[in-house]
Design a protein around this ligand. Structure first.
Ligand code: ADP
Ligand code: MG
Length: 387
């Protein structure tokens, strides 16, 4: 059990018992990519893979952090936390009490031992799982009561976004933290990034004899940060040229007119992705309401083509998963997450999980790619106290 393992790391490192263990899930987004920073819609699920944090309060204002996946213990005074401080993985931990304090909550120092079961850097949001496990612990230990309802959880998610953007200095649109804080078992989370409205959408594949296969391509790509920034900048420029606050304000029915007013082909393609992708999220919610998984699969494929051709965030490994899964009989498949590597998802019949995995592994071997990691997932619950 990872609850036990986080506690064991805590005891080994700090020679004391933690006050408790909290965990939060990774996520995969079913559909709605590069829409969050455009005020759009996305539809993530919580993963069964979680990050565990064993935590104890300190009264000297120090943060001491250790991870089963990190290196040495990192120590920093809460007063010294800030943009880019501390560096590295500990920023995702230290940034959380820092952001909670900035939001007006009374928090003090912590000892934190982490054990993460969400693959790191696979586009499955190990970073938000880590932040949200720590945020859940802080809420309970400092008596903030923010885990009790959706409003409190949304506030915790916002603190985690602030931690990641400002302290870890990684741009993130907010989908990951909302999923880790609000996901419910057996449901996908429809997230409206314009007004932060959320809706639980039933997502039970087992009932329909289906499974969701996640394939971590383990592809490594350079210059990813600059690529993400370019997509964000292009979308913001397109919105300015169209005279709207975000591309969310462009209705899909007005797309052709909007495209005609943009100054470059690049901006036209970026805009077409965002506007049609938001519309596909709406259609996916309809499909799930009617248990129409054929339609959901078709939407996955349209989404993937748009990511490959219009917003240009796919890579060979991701395209290979999608093509191979479809050739093996998947209802649909698409890359998921920010792109340039990371993971893809495939909607497959439950009895085809193994065969699809083997076909994808063979295709990767043929092309000389690193061996992928594939696993079936079910929609799982949000950050919580485990122990
Ligand atoms: P993703 O969120 O898709 O996994 P990110 O690059 O956003 O990828 O976040 C990965 C980073 O988060 C890691 O490089 C590390 O700094 C930090 N991280 C996540 N989980 C852990 C963990 N269990 N222990 C230490 N660091 C972690
Ligand atoms: Mg991340």
């Amino acid at each position: 059990m990872s609850t036990e393992s986080a506690s064991a790391v805590f005891r080994d490192t700090f020679a004391a018992e933690p006050e408790g263990v909290w965990s939060a899930p990774g996520r995969v987004n079913l559909i709605g990519e590069h829409t969050d920073y455009n005020g759009g819609l996305c539809l993530p699920i919580g993963l069964p893979q979680r990050t565990f944090a064993a935590v104890r309060r300190r009264d000297d204002g120090m943060l001491r952090m250790v991870s089963a996946q990190g290196g040495d213990v990192v120590e920093v005074a809460l007063d010294d936390v800030g943009p880019g401080r501390p560096e590295g993985w500990a920023a995702y931990v230290a940034g959380v009490p820092w952001a909670l304090r900035r939001a007006g909550h009374e928090v003090s120092g912590l000892d934190v031992a982490v054990d993460g079961r969400v693959p790191l850097g696979a586009g499955l949001s190990s970073s938000a799982a880590l932040e949200c496990a720590v945020a859940a612990a802080a809420s309970d230990l400092f008596g903030l009561g923010l885990l009790a309802d959706a409003a409190g959880r949304t506030a915790l998610a916002a603190a985690c976004v602030e931690a990641e953007n400002t302290v870890a200095q990684a741009p993130t649109g907010g989908m990951d933290q909302s999923a880790a804080m609000l996901a419910e078992p057996g449901h996908a989370l429809l997230l409206d990034c314009r007004d932060h409205h959320t809706e639980q959408v039933p997502f039970d594949l087992a009932e329909a004899g289906l499974a969701l296969l996640v394939v971590d391509t383990r592809a490594e790509h350079a210059l990813v940060d600059g690529q993400y920034a370019e997509r964000r900048d292009s979308c913001e420029q397109a919105a300015r040229e169209l005279g709207v606050p975000t591309l969310r304000e462009v209705a899909v029915g007005d797309l052709d007119d909007a495209l005609g007013r943009l100054s470059s082909d690049l901006l036209r393609r970026r805009t077409r992705h965002v506007v049609t992708e938001i519309d596909r999220v709406v259609q996916a919610r309809e499909a799930l309401r009617h248990d129409d998984f054929e339609r959901l699969g078709a939407l996955f494929l349209l989404s993937h083509a748009s990511m490959r051709d219009d917003i240009e965030i796919s890579v060979d490994e991701l395209d290979t998963v999608v093509e191979t899964a479809v050739a093996a009989g998947a209802l649909g498949a698409r890359m998921t997450g920010g792109g340039f590597g990371g993971s893809a998802i495939a909607l497959v019949r439950a009895d085809a999980v193994d065969a699809t995995t083997e076909r994808v592994e063979a295709a990767f071997a043929d092309k000389g790619f690193r061996a992928p990691q594939a696993f079936a997932v079910t929609a799982s619950g949000a950050a919580a106290r485990d122990h």
